[in-house]
Design a binder for this molecule. Structure first.
Ligand SMILES: Nc1nc2c(ncn2[C@@H]2O[C@H](COP(=O)(O)OP(=O)(O)OP(=O)(O)O)[C@@H](O)[C@H]2O)c(=O)[nH]1
Ligand SMILES: Nc1nc2c(ncn2[C@@H]2O[C@H](COP(=O)(O)OP(=O)(O)OP(=O)(O)O)[C@@H](O)[C@H]2O)c(=O)[nH]1
Ligand SMILES: [Mg+2]
Ligand SMILES: [Mg+2]
Lengths: 291, 278
């Protein structure tokens, strides 16, 4: 693990006498490698190492008998600080309907997460409505209908129809039927697809979501910054949900998404079952990224 | 990279950054850069244009003589099993493969081996209809191996040329799900000798270093014979498939370039490597 290798590196360096800026930098090369192997974005790592170096060349580390541990604490705190705060749970509008819009690349887990959020809302005494706004993927509507049925939550869908108008009508339908938490499941799309990105802007325009969440696969590599940045620049999302964290991916995408958009990770998906949604804890994520 | 510059540290750092950002992996890139520095010092590489050319040549030579075609059975049906983590693009990639065979005039049968996920069977059914393939399916919750077995029976009886078996997405770290996959492979081989002739791992091109763990564990479970690199039409470069070749030798055979049945291409190592440097 990085903890072990850093301790080894710094003990060896300390053996050479007083620690200097140079040998701290050498030790931090290990950190750089670990963060890149954890899929943290290259530029994010570069900035982070620079900040950590400034902190690590302080007297505390130089005088310490366990410089490796000191440096690890600095890195850990830096990661936690960067990814914080602890995931703020969703809050709902009193009285009026709350519209939650899910967006993201193909296959990241939007439909499953939509159902998970609707289940969460139900458990908090809300009256959710799931909206099948993916009219493009084969059986996407059917997929959401089945999940809705499993949860006893209604699903709004249409036979054909364009997503922006469909979503607008879904909100009107919710208001009529006393549903106060509307979860919009949109089709997966590339951030470089201008037509589909503009469709999302139109859905946003027509439904005025209270929360837009960027759903991101936790095993995403260096490209996480590209998609996160573009979705954020076009939609100003409120937060991200990192999915499939029940695997062994180190999840560096978490840091990349937060660093490049400034938006917090609100929840994490930890399984295919609909109860497998947890709040995001930056300290747990920091330990995971550091391996 | 500007051509005609002499080689300096800044250029090398730029190149290293580009390859890491293409998901090649910090250690494989490190090794590549070390070899490059030796070539610069020995005078084998003398300017910026030479740097790029040298790196491309080093990467391309790894593909010399490697077999990138699908393993087809000498007697039909050829059986292709498709696996991968959740949401990687398996079902859509199967439709693309089926469409490719159908256009060659082959009879294709799809096996709805994902009996778990909501509307997985319906999704494959729609694709079968679109590409003119037959489909074998059971009810939700059925044993996936039973579906696979059934599909082979039907394929033999009907003289089908290619059977493609869809499986449920699963994380490679889930032991029980990986054994389920191994069981399906055994069932296929018991019904038809040498089946499955091809076991494809569908990898999402946006995946980072976790792809190596995926490849390793799926290979252990079902001896993957090829990679289908899906979603390469995005901005991700899929460099991890190069980075992993030091540890896990699995040839990339196809790439997915969109959501339509025709958005498939055979893997072209030359074009892929050139694109890493764009
Ligand atoms: N292991 C695991 N699987 C997940 C998680 N979230 C979603 N999945 C699975 O990931 C796959 C894709 O999920 P979907 O909800 O269909 O993804 P999507 O973003 O709606 O896909 P598109 O609509 O095609 O863009 C399915 O097999 C889900 O069961 C998670 O947290 N952990
Ligand atoms: N842009 C693009 N999208 C793709 C490609 N391949 C698949 N997709 C999309 O990725 C999403 C997931 O595809 P699926 O075929 O359902 O993935 P899967 O691996 O079968 O998912 P599970 O069965 O849930 O594990 C869908 O929205 C597809 O349209 C590709 O090459 N390019
Ligand atoms: Mg979906
Ligand atoms: Mg599938």
């Amino acid at each position: 693990s990085i903890t072990k290798s850093l301790e080894t590196v710094f003990d060896r360096l300390r053996g050479k006498g007083r620690l200097t800026r140079e040998n701290i930098q050498e030790g931090l090369r290990e950190v750089r490698t670990a963060l890149l192997e954890a899929d943290v974005n290259y530029k994010v790592v570069k900035d982070l190492i620079q900040r950590v170096t400034e902190k690590a060349v302080g007297e505390e580390v130089l005088q310490s008998v366990t410089p490796g541990q000191q440096v690890i604490k600095i890195i850990y705190d830096e990661l936690v600080g960067l990814m914080g705060p602890v995931g703020q749970p969703l809050t709902f509008q009193e009285g009026n309907p709350t519209v939650i819009m899910l967006v993201g690349l193909h296959g990241c887990g939007k439909t499953t997460t939509a159902a998970k959020l609707a289940k969460l809302a139900l458990s908090k005494g809300r009256k959710p409505l799931l909206v099948a706004a993916d009219v493009q993927r084969p059986a996407a509507v059917e997929q959401l209908k089945i999940l809705g049925k499993q949860l006893g939550i209604p699903v709004y869908s249409e036979n054909g129809g364009q997503p922006p108008l469909l979503c607008e009508k879904a909100v009107e339908h919710a208001i009529k039927n006393g549903q106060n938490t509307i979860v919009l499941d949109t089709a997966g799309r590339l951030h470089i697809d201008e037509e589909l990105m503009s469709e999302l802007r139109e859905i946003k325009e027509r439904t005025k979501p209270h929360v837009i969440l960027f759903v991101c696969d936790a095993m995403t590599g260096q490209d996480a910054v590209n998609s996160a940045k573009e979705f954020n620049s076009q939609l100003e999302f409120d937060g991200a949900i990192l999915t499939k964290l029940d695997g062994d991916t180190r999840g560096g995408a978490a840091l990349s998404v937060k660093a490049v958009t400034g938006k917090p990770i609100r929840y994490v998906g930890v399984g295919e079952k609909l109860e497998m949604l947890e709040e995001f804890y930056p300290d747990r994520m920091a330990s995971r990224i550091l391996g | 990279f500007a051509l005609g510059q002499t080689i300096d540290e800044h250029l090398l750092e730029e190149i290293e950054a580009a390859l890491i950002e293409a998901d090649m992996g910090v250690k494989p890139v490190g090794r590549l850069m070390e070899e490059l520095r030796r070539a610069c010092q020995s005078g084998e590489v003398t300017d910026a244009a030479g740097v790029k050319g040298h790196l491309k040549a080093r990467l391309k030579e790894r593909f010399k003589g490697r077999k990138l075609e699908l393993n087809m059975s000498p007697t039909p049906p050829t059986v292709i099993m498709v696996a991968g983590v959740n949401g990687s693009g398996k079902t859509t990639s199967i439709a693309k493969l089926g469409y490719m065979f159908a256009r060659e005039g082959k009879q294709v049968l799809l096996a709805a081996g994902d009996t778990f996920r909501a509307a997985a069977v319906e999704q494959l059914e729609i694709w079968a209809g679109r590409i003119g393939a037959q489909i074998i399916k059971h009810q939700t919750g059925a044993d996936p191996s039973a579906v696979a077995y059934d599909a082979l029976e039907a394929a033999v009886a009907r003289g089908v040329d290619v059977v493609i078996v869809d499986t449920a997405g699963r994380l490679h770290t889930k032991q029980n799900l990986m054994s389920e996959l191994g069981k399906m492979k055994k069932v296929l081989s018991k019904r038809i000798e040498h089946a499955p002739h091809e076991v494809l791992l569908v990898l999402d091109a946006t995946t980072g270093q976790n792809a190596i763990s995926q490849a390793r564990l799926f290979k252990e479970a079902v001896d993957i014979t090829g990679i289908f690199l899906a979603k390469l039409d995005g901005t991700a470069k899929g460099g991890v498939v190069l980075g992993m070749q030091d540890e896990i030798k699995i040839p990339v055979k196809f790439v997915g370039l969109g959501e339509k049945a025709e958005d498939i291409q055979r893997f072209d190592p030359e074009g892929f490597i050139d694109a890493l440097f764009d």
